[in-house]
Design a protein around this ligand. Structure first.
Ligand code: C5P
Length: 220
């Protein structure tokens, strides 16, 4: 790997889940731990990048002179900071598990269990990766993630083109130990120009190294 490739580059990373609030004590969320995004942040910071980590709620902490952390809760909050910070960034890596929908109404007080059937209307959240894909200049690099359960390669490749990303990191839920809730991950990296790299199951810190090496070797 070209070790100075990331030096002084501004890199925006999204990580973790988002929480979409229903009332003061409840939310809709997901099982993402944030480990993949935090591992990427730490790897890139150690290589001299200026990392802006936009993190949903996680149990993780990170401290590094090259990392600025923005703690957010909802997809809308994550969207606002990612879009703002991407404007003068060199690279964005969107590894967060962003909620596709949020409750249409937020209840100021705790929802009471008066109804036998409670209906909650959900409205679509903006797609952060796709928005950055629309705003991206030819000098900027955009990397997305995809978690697929079937037709993995085909779905991930479609996602790459639809969202105008330069590469997609695919993790399949069909691989034991990969994806959510695990410390390990098994990935394939699909490049816009068509090449596909497959990697064995590894610890997420080792996976972060593979992703970083792949970026530096293919986007020079
Ligand atoms: O469409 P899907 O959710 O599978 O796409 C996954 C990729 O898109 C991930 O990189 C994820 O961080 C990003 N994403 C996003 N904003 C959303 C939904 C997904 O940035 N609202």
């Amino acid at each position: 790997m070209q070790t100075d490739y990331f030096k002084s580059k501004k890199i925006v990373i999204s990580a973790g889940p988002t929480y979409e609030k229903l009332d003061p004590v409840r939310f809709i969320g997901n099982y993402s731990t944030g480990k993949m995004g935090y591992a990427l942040a730490s790897e890139l910071a150690n290589l001299g990048a200026e990392v802006h980590l936009v993190s949903g709620p996680t149990a993780l902490t990170i401290q590094h002179p090259n990392i600025t952390v923005y703690h957010v809760e909802s997809a809308l909050e994550m969207y606002e900071i990612c879009v703002r910070e991407f404007k003068d960034a060199h690279i964005a890596i969107m590894s967060a598990a962003v909620a596709d929908y949020r409750p249409q109404h937020y209840n100021d007080v705790k929802i009471k269990k008066n109804e036998e059937v409670l209906t909650i209307n959900l409205v679509k959240n903006p797609d952060i990766l796709a928005t950055l894909g629309q705003q991206k200049t030819s000098a900027q690099l955009l990397i997305g993630f995809a978690l697929e359960t079937h037709n993995e390669l085909e779905n991930a490749t479609n996602k790459l083109h639809r969202k105008n990303a330069d590469a997609i990191v695919l993790n399949s839920l069909n691989d034991a130990g990969a994806g959510f809730k695990h410390s390990t991950n098994k990935i394939s990296i699909i490049l816009k120009k068509g090449r596909i790299f497959e990697f064995p199951l590894k610890d997420k810190t080792a996976v972060a190294k593979d992703i970083v090496t792949c970026i530096s070797e293919n986007f020079n």
